[in-house]
Design a binder for this molecule. Structure first.
Ligand code: 5GP
Ligand code: ZN
Length: 109
């Protein structure tokens, strides 16, 4: 069994508040939101972070950004939002399954 928290969420071994799901991507509400909208988008396939990404994953990365934009529109962020990923512990990564934070709904500094 996987030890990865987000793999467990993807497998539904741990419950989460799902915003969007398809064969490749899961988007969930962050458990500890730092903004009125704080959604995590992750590939269903386990990749540790951007360091794991290969050229064959470029469509997937582009798709995640596109999906972030679509979700931002759906939740009414009206063209103002942040999409970011932390790569590595020193950059603030705490969960080592690639994910993108979609944040908005307040003035971001
Ligand atoms: P990181 O620091 O790795 O970029 O971001 C990890 C994010 O995952 C944090 O914003 C944290 O609040 C969120 N998180 C950690 N555990 C859980 C969980 O069990 N469920 C959900 N929905 N989010 C989580
Ligand atoms: Zn994982």
């Amino acid at each position: 069994m996987t030890e990865c928290l987000f793999c467990k969420i993807i497998n539904k071994d741990i419950s989460s508040s799902i915003v969007f799901e398809d064969d490749d991507v899961l988007a969930i509400n962050d458990i500890n939101p730092q903004a009125p909208v704080h959604i995590l988008l992750m590939p269903k396939r386990h990749l540790t972070n951007l360091e794991d990404v290969e050229e064959s994953d470029l469509n997937l990365l582009g798709y995640i950004q596109f999906r972030a934009r679509e979700i931002a529109r759906q939740v009414g962020l009206d063209g103002h939002y942040r999409v970011m990923t932390n790569c590595g512990e020193k950059a603030g990564q705490r969960v080592f399954h690639l994910h993108y934070h979609l944040m908005g709904g307040k003035e971001m500094d």
